[in-house]
Unconditional design. Sequence first.
Length: 196
Amino acid sequence: MEEDKCAKCGTPAAPGTKFCESCGAPLPAAEQPAQGSAPAASAYATPEPQVQYQGVAIRFVALLIDGIILGIIGYILIFLFASSAITVDTSTGAVSFGPAYYAAVALVIVIELLYFTLLLGRYGQSVGMMAVKIKVVSQADSGQITYGAAFIRTILLYIDEIPYAIPFLLGAILIWTSDKKQRLGDRVAHTVVVKV
């Protein structure tokens, strides 16, 4: 039987030895797995994909798209149903709003709530999110969120808009300070926004 030799220094090695006694280099027999032995599981294990939480910029673009859609709907409703309820006193310049105007504004708010709640509950995405390829998922298992979680996120969107002079500044600060980039609505509803 032929002795194994160290490829680095040429020192003879006993059969089954994994390292050279002289220089410590691994021996050729040690580098190859024995016949019939299964390869190490870690060599073939697929690394788990890293979750890509989405930050302020991409979410702002999605919200801007949604805002344009909802703004057009709101403008049409107020123009069609409440324009006659807005009167201007020409002598003083005072503007007054009738009950139809406030009813139209309330209808617009209900439409906004339904828009986000139904789309997020069904698809995990609003139209703006679909456009920029992001999605709202459950924090626990990255699965589909419930309509209840979607409603909570939507209601708390009005809190995240504070201060209204600089809309969504509070939401942006909460996203920047969260390791999972969660605004208040995400934290309460236990959701995260990820790349699709």
